[in-house]
Design a protein. Sequence first.
Length: 259
Amino acid sequence: MDLGIKGRRALVCASSKGLGRGCAEALAGEGVDLILNARGQEALEQTAQQIRDTYGVRVDTVAVDVTTEAGQAALLEAAVDVDILVTNAGGPPPGLWSDWSRDDFIAAFDANLLTPIALIKATLPGMMQRGWGRIVNITSVAVKAPIPVLGLSNTARSGLTGYVAGVSRQVAGSGVTINNLLPGLHDTDRLAMLDKVDAAAQGVTEDAARTARIATVPAGRFGTSEEFGAACAWLCSNKAGFVIGQNILLDGGAFPGAM
């Protein structure tokens, strides 16, 4: 299927690896030129070159911490007139409700709520003026089924969900769509970190913790960055122009609700 976005230009945050990279590669496969962002210069440049070599698209890089004002300014300077925005940032650390201070919540809000809002506000006017745009936020299954040890993430990402619900419907008539992708358990560095946390807490090996986690997924496996990226590319395509303000789960059936 031709998604109709060849020649478009996309900014994909936190895209040197994991789900962000999966989205970047899927878009590149459709002929979309990219601006990639991550904090680590070396890993970012390696990913960019691999995508250039594989897909033949233009790939620019901006190695900054996008959760800072300076990082956002540098990124947005390079991302003038982008057609597609994919927001993404690593999740806050796990813990107990009694562990988190005000500063912990502020840090979570900066990374997973205020940063995507800043990027949306900066890129949305141009998209509206040109009459076409796609914004996809990588959030979490936690906004549908809050995870007790991820209270910081539950709170920040739910706030972004509410923001998108309102804004997406205000701008839909301009040809711009805004939606959220909610990853469940995907085989990424984040999942490996959670396996370590669970193993230490339960006094088991990391392999045992991983096996127990897989057992919670009806599909019987973890998701891949490639299939996550494919879903992102479809949401960014001309085929998804009637999808507005939605929260799409990619969790292998783990969420037990009917809706």
